[in-house]
Design a protein around this ligand. Structure first.
Ligand code: SAH
Length: 469
């Protein structure tokens, strides 16, 4: 960002402009919206500028600018559309202490004027640092149609009401009140005039003052494997309203960015084998915030119900009679098979699929290895990197074909996704050679569809290879 957007207080201050033609008029149209004192210097001013001076909207001097003319000015516009004159006037203005803008000269300007959507006091400023004025205009046109003209009126009335609304407790109750005003009661009343809006504000405040405060709630949300597009609409909506977001280490940054700016973000990251926040502490955190009346989102990677210790958190919340809900998400097994173009189940191949974890509370997790070792079986193995050798050993011991395809998808759905194609035989060696540091899902029994098409049947390339997308 070479230009930092700010809203400059110009009330009662001077804005000076040199120029009397089209460029000057275009800028004047904008700055006349302000409550600044406007002074124009022009030897041959456009009749419209003369008319504006006569109606008292600005002060006009029909001469060229001289040193001292921009004293105490906040801003200066060089709008003579003449490089020499613009350079002369802007030198004067700079010496007088004003910030300078030279029309159509980005390089020598100290500030630029954005495209403005005006719903005073709601103002949207759009800038492209001079790169794409067409784009700025298109965005402006889009916003003009989206923001109702009454928005300004509502905001103005709302502003005068802020002190009264402070009677509501800070945080959620106050936010609920204002949301109801701007999106519900306000727009309804505004057609009937300002008085009606004020009355509706009063009624609304009384209702909110006497309303039982909304109890805290907990939403256990599956955030999917990382790609924010794989979040459900429901997850997105609830995230948008959350007061507190307690998230795992595996939640991707683009997903976290969808939370409200004001939301309190808490990283309850559990490093696989490193330091971690204890489960009891996470439970206590969830309960504490919900009891304070917050809308708590507990964001878990993939689907919250898959290897997520969800039940322990629900038990803790239940103990305190806090309301909760589960919002399903896309589990990494689904995301991983999608990337290799395969189905988790297939007629004639496997009529069931297992979701296994490499670890459980006692260490390497035990499973029905004999059943899994039969031909055609498919399993999605979570947290399977460290346990690869153990799993391989158990399966081979129970008669699994060493050439059974195994595909490991690291960082499924994320930009840094990698796919490792190997076999049961080569799995541990291939995994340690690949040196995966991201979350990885091991798909036992499936190769990439392309590889399957090449060889004509569902076995992996016998030589493990690692691929980056
Ligand atoms: N609830 C999660 C699983 C949590 S256990 C889900 O439904 O996906 C953590 C394990 O999930 C990781 O060790 C890894 O095996 C898997 N995982 C999570 N995100 C992943 C991703 N983007 N790509 C591959 N595997 C992932």
């Amino acid at each position: 960002m070479d230009h930092f957007p700010v809203f400059l207080r110009v009330k009662g201050r001077r804005i000076v402009l040199s120029g009397g033609g089209d460029a000057a008029l275009a800028k004047l149209r904008l700055i006349l919206k302000t409550t600044a004192h406007i002074t124009v210097f022009a030897t041959r001013p456009d009749p419209q500028i003369i008319a504006l001076a006569e109606s008292g909207k600005l002060t006009l001097h029909q001469r060229s600018m001289a040193p001292g003319d921009a004293l105490c000015a906040a801003l200066f516009y060089a709008a003579d559309e003449n490089d020499t004159e613009d350079a002369r006037t802007s030198t004067i203005a700079r010496a007088d202490g004003a910030l300078v803008n030279i029309v159509d000269n980005l390089e020598d300007s100290q500030f630029i004027t954005p495209a403005i959507v005006d719903r005073d006091p709601v103002t949207v400023a759009i800038g492209t640092e001079g790169a794409a004025p067409v784009l700025a205009r298109a965005i402006k046109a889009d916003l003009e149609t989206r923001l109702p003209p009454t928005l300004g009126t509502l905001a103005r009335i709302g502003k005068s009401f802020r002190k009264m609304a402070d009677a509501l407790p800070f945080g959620r109750p106050r936010r609920d009140f204002w949301r109801a005003f701007y999106f519900d009661a306000g727009p309804e009343a505004v057609a009937k005039g300002e008085l009606a809006v004020r009355e509706s504000l009063n009624d609304l405040l009384q209702t909110h003052l006497h309303r039982e405060s909304r109890p805290g709630q907990v939403h256990f949300i599956g955030a999917g494997p990382g790609d924010p597009d794989l979040l459900t609409l429901k997850a997105r909506r609830i995230l948008d309203e959350a007061d507190v977001v307690i998230h795992d280490r595996l939640i991707s940054q683009p997903v976290l960015e969808l939370a409200r700016r004001e939301a309190l973000m808490i990283d309850a990251g559990k490093e696989g084998f490193g330091p971690s926040m204890r489960q009891e502490d996470i439970n206590a955190l969830i309960v504490e915030h919900a009891k304070n009346g917050a809308q708590v989102v507990r964001l878990k990677s993939g689907d919250a119900t898959v290897f997520g210790r969800l039940d322990e958190e629900i038990d803790a919340v239940d103990e305190h009679h806090i309301q909760w809900s589960i919002v399903p998400g896309i589990t990494s097994a689904s995301a991983a098979v999608a990337t290799i173009g395969q189905s988790l189940t297939k007629r004639g191949r496997n009529s069931s699929v297992r979701f296994l974890t490499g670890h459980d509370t006692k260490g390497f997790a035990d499973h029905d290895w004999a059943a899994l070792a039969r031909p055609g079986e498919v399993a999605a193995i979570y947290m399977g990197k460290k346990s690869a050798r153990f799993i391989q050993g158990r399966l081979i011991m129970h008669g699994a074909d060493r050439q059974t395809p195994v595909t490991v998808v690291e960082n499924a759905s994320r930009p840094e996704q990698r796919i490792l194609e190997t076999t049961l035989d080569a799995l541990p060696a291939a995994l340690s050679a690949a040196d995966m540091t991201g979350p990885a899902l091991t798909i036992y029994g499936l190769a990439r569809r392309q590889a399957a098409a090449l060889t004509g049947f569902d076995t992996a390339n016998a030589h493990p290879r690692q691929e980056a997308f």
